[in-house]
Design a binder for this molecule. Structure first.
Ligand code: UD2
Ligand code: MN
Length: 565
């Protein structure tokens, strides 16, 4: 087996020359195939002892069941929820080594993996993570990883201000663990540079990144490592399960999907492909990682230059690394048999550390370096990104050139081929906007009078002529509702009776009581599916809807700007 070990590790060390005439990429694939076929003994990596003991556990949160605080335990609930965005008081009542339900596909239970797998450094960046969720992350890694594969866990403290994050943490780790250390950064660096700091000191063949509020499930490690042992340019993500922020219940988010994004850069998912569905326990290709949880060989990570260290605080690094992996000769997979739970917070409790729109700047950097002409799709939805100064990009652009990375077009057509370019669709033009002026009494305009929700809209003297106070700027949007400028209040009519009031109500975009059209020829504002006309009483200044009447002049309105296309 000693000889074989050397062969396997060769794929991680260097690329042997097979045929000099072959392109480098093909050579790599051939060499990988050879080394694997020469040694491919597979074994069952399950730790049945731990599985058996876990099955017998009972208590708060055990087996991933939803848990609740008793009224006597409720004391710190609110204060702790507020600073964490999840039920940290409940976390304190749940064992650090709690049992989890094995919700893998049943084929995973019978799967074997290569007997020789690379060693691992787990890197966990954290900023003000709650004590027990942080320690439960480390504990679950230790508990469910084969010790011979796990070299170390590095908790990278991104300049936390919580008292226990420094010496008490170091002391706790020294007493309770042998493989877990904390690296304290001297200034707030953001999660991207925190991960880089951890990766720089890591000694394992493979780097695994985790968020600081995660729990690794049964046999999570071998499915992440095997594809990397077979090809060091493969990055593998686990399935990310949901730890519910209120009850700590552990459950699946869905049956699996391919990671993607929309053109506002929200993380989205694409359906599995037919061939993926045929092999529910096999890794499948995924265009983009969720970001927090993945395994990559240290060799490939550093060949790719790690992360762009110009990315600050939070956001965008998942796209940067995913694009880089694909465009620069690697591949990315999701492994269904590796599952890790993650607390999706109710809200992010951290204040902006005074760095402005760091997410926008990060996105701009990623778009400028990697996305070529497709960056325009992002800028179309977020025009203000074009005004953000991304800072110096020469190093990133140099790297892309040096590694001879493929164009983004290749990524879009080959990897994310089913990601629609109109996603989300750009909003159609509005039908019209501006003042709504009556024809019977042309100095009268519809006026919302700085009113709030549930208040009635009337008419008033048009501001333009008399320069009086008022609020007379409205938009007939493509949703077919009438919105008060600068507000998200819409003209709403719920009364079916004659001369029904127009009330301000939050816009829902679902038409119904907020459904309006403008008839350009008749100059009518029509409300509802069984249309009534906007009308007014110039004497009382009341506005209402009533049966349409071709002869009525008070039902005619001049809408200042009408978009006729
Ligand atoms: C998701 C990812 C997260 C990251 C982020 C985009 C998952 C499950 N999570 O958001 O890993 O890719 O998208 O950037 O895929 N942290 C620091 N310093 C900071 C801010 C955060 O160390 O200045 C730590 C934080 O304690 C946590 C990790 O970075 O361990 C990710 O932050 P998050 O949990 O707020 O991100 P999340 O899960 O909303
Ligand atoms: Mn997270």
């Amino acid at each position: 087996t000693v000889v074989c070990t050397v062969v396997i590790y060769k794929t991680l060390e260097n690329i042997p020359n097979i045929k000099d005439s072959e392109p480098a990429e093909l050579q790599r694939k051939i060499s990988v195939k050879k080394s694997v076929s020469s040694y491919n003994e597979k074994i069952d990596w399950h730790n049945y002892d731990t599985i058996r003991k876990d099955a017998n556990r009972t208590g708060t949160g055990e087996q991933g069941a939803p848990a609740y605080l008793t009224s006597s335990e409720n004391e710190n609930y609110e204060a702790l929820f507020k600073v964490n965005g999840f039920n940290a008081a409940l976390s304190d009542k749940i064992a650090l080594d709690r049992s989890l339900p094995d919700i893998r596909h049943k084929q995973c239970k019978a799967k074997k993996y290569l007997s020789k797998l690379p060693s691992v450094s787990v890197i966990v960046p954290f900023h003000n993570e709650h004590w027990t969720t942080l320690l439960r992350t480390a504990t679950s890694v230790i508990k469910r990883s084969p010790p011979e594969l796990l070299k170390e866990i590095i908790l990278v403290d991104d300049f936390s201000s919580k008292e226990f994050s420094k010496k008490p943490l170091d002391d706790y780790l020294a007493v309770n663990f042998t493989k877990v250390t904390a690296l304290h950064l001297p200034e707030r660096s953001g999660l991207i540079r925190a991960r880089l700091a951890g990766a720089k000191v890591a000694t394992g063949d493979v780097l695994i990144f985790l968020d600081s509020h995660t729990e690794c499930n049964v046999n999570w490690l071998p499915p992440l490592l095997e594809p990397i042992a077979q090809d060091y340019k493969v990055c593998v993500c686990p399935f990310i399960d949901v730890i519910q922020y209120e009850t700590f219940e552990y459950r699946a988010q869905d049956e699996g999907a391919r990671g993607a994004f929309d053109w506002e850069f929200f993380y989205k998912r694409l359906p599995l492909l037919p061939e993926d569905l045929k092999h529910p326990a096999e890794p499948f290709k995924s265009p983009v990682m969720a970001g927090g949880l993945f395994a990559i060989s240290a060799k490939f990570f550093w060949e790719l230059g790690g992360y762009d260290e110009g990315l600050d605080i939070w956001g965008g690094e998942q796209y940067e690394l995913s694009f880089k992996i694909w465009q620069c000769g690697g591949e990315m997979y999701d492994a269904p048999c590796s599952r890790v739970g993650h607390i999706y917070r109710k809200y992010a409790p951290f204040p902006n550390p005074g760095k402005g729109d760091f997410v926008g700047r990060n996105y701009r950097r990623v778009a400028e370096v990697w996305m070529d002409e497709y960056a325009q799709y992002l800028y179309m939805r977020r025009p203000h990104y074009k005004a953000i100064n991304p800072g110096d990009l020469s190093k990133q652009k140099g790297l892309r050139k040096k590694l001879n990375c493929k164009p983004f077009k290749w990524f879009m057509e080959t990897v994310a081929f089913d990601l629609p370019l109109k996603y989300p669709p750009i909003e159609p033009d509005d039908f019209g906007f501006g003042e709504i002026r009556n024809l019977a009494v042309p100095e009268l305009c519809v006026d919302s009078g700085y009113k709030e929700r549930d208040q009635v809209v009337n008419i008033a003297t048009c501001i333009k002529e008399n320069n009086k106070k008022g609020e007379q700027n409205f938009t007939l949007t493509w949703h077919k509702d009438i919105r008060v400028k600068g507000k998200t209040l819409c003209f709403d009519v719920s009364d079916p009776n004659d001369k029904a009031d127009i009330t301000l109500y939050p816009c829902h975009g679902q038409q119904g009581n907020q459904y309006w059209r403008y008839d350009v020829e008749k100059q009518w504002f029509l409300h509802g599916g069984n249309p009534r006309c906007l009308d007014c009483d110039p004497g009382s200044l009341k506005l209402f809807v009533t049966t349409c009447d071709e002869n009525s002049k008070t039902q005619k309105w001049r809408f200042e700007n009408v978009n006729l296309t």
